[in-house]
Design a protein. Structure first.
Length: 253
């Protein structure tokens, strides 16, 4: 078995350590403990077996980070509400919804990832900064993205519950306060978008039900007529493209 190249190993290690450090701040206010782990993992005299075990353990936190610190939550909720609005709770299947959500998340988070690579990963691989400094630099672009999508009212609520003062600058916002506020804002925004999506399809259901009642066709389920009409409308307006543009625009506007 050929050994892994130093560059690939360093890139994988830094990515995991950066993610673990950020998640550690979200889970506890004592971020120094995780920084100590990062320092130990990057030491030359650290056991390779134990180092690999630590890195693999930290990799298990990646799904949590994907949900808690990226655009994934908003996107997957809106797409799930869309299929319910169409009257197709199982179509597209969950696997398709998740894959599409991941692709859109990748698209929206690409600028953040590029900033992390430019400010933290590249200097670290060029041995211009230490691993700890790279982790600190890597957290700033992610913090800026999360703050841009977090409502001030949600952040205030979290700070009040934590009995913490309002930070004067963005860098002073702890991830232990930012992550829950970000998630609350994402849920609120996702349901607002979902409500707007529901309205035209709800109108079709009401109109079809009223027409069937007027014709005396009480025994005919309204969904038998409204479902094809909703699908036809969705196709005519190029609904998937409109939904994707609305989701992406909600992050960039």
């Amino acid at each position: 078995m050929q050994p892994r190249s130093p560059r690939r190993h360093a890139k994988a290690a830094l990515a995991v350590l950066m993610g673990a450090s950020v998640l550690g701040f979200a889970m506890t206010a004592q971020g120094s403990a995780l920084d100590s782990v990062a320092d130990e993992v990057t030491r030359q005299d650290f056991s390779p077996v134990l180092r690999n075990f630590v890195l693999l353990s930290l990799l298990s936190l990646v799904p949590v980070m994907m949900i808690a610190m990226t655009s994934f939550t908003r996107i997957v909720i809106v797409l799930s509400l869309l299929r319910h609005a169409l009257g197709l709770p199982q179509t597209p299947p969950n696997s398709v919804i998740i894959v599409l959500s991941l692709c859109l998340t990748w698209f929206t988070m690409a600028p953040v990832a590029g900033k992390i690579d430019q400010d933290a990963l590249a200097p670290y691989l060029n041995q211009q900064i230490t691993a700890t400094e790279a982790i600190e630099r890597g957290k700033d672009p992610l913090r800026q993205f999360m703050l841009s999508q977090t409502r001030e009212s949600d952040l205030k609520v979290v700070l009040e519950m934590a009995k913490a003062p309002m930070p004067a600058t963005a860098k002073e916002v702890a991830f232990s306060h930012l992550v829950p506020a970000f998630l609350l804002s994402e849920l609120q925004t996702a349901f607002q978008i979902g409500f707007v999506i529901f309205l035209p399809f709800l109108l079709i259901d009401l109109v079809v039900s009223a027409i069937l009642m007027a014709l005396g066709m009480i025994m005919l389920p309204p969904t038998t007529i409204s479902l094809p009409l909703k699908i036809l409308l969705f196709i005519l307006i190029d609904g998937w493209v409109l939904t994707a543009k609305a989701l992406l625009g909600s992050f960039w506007n």
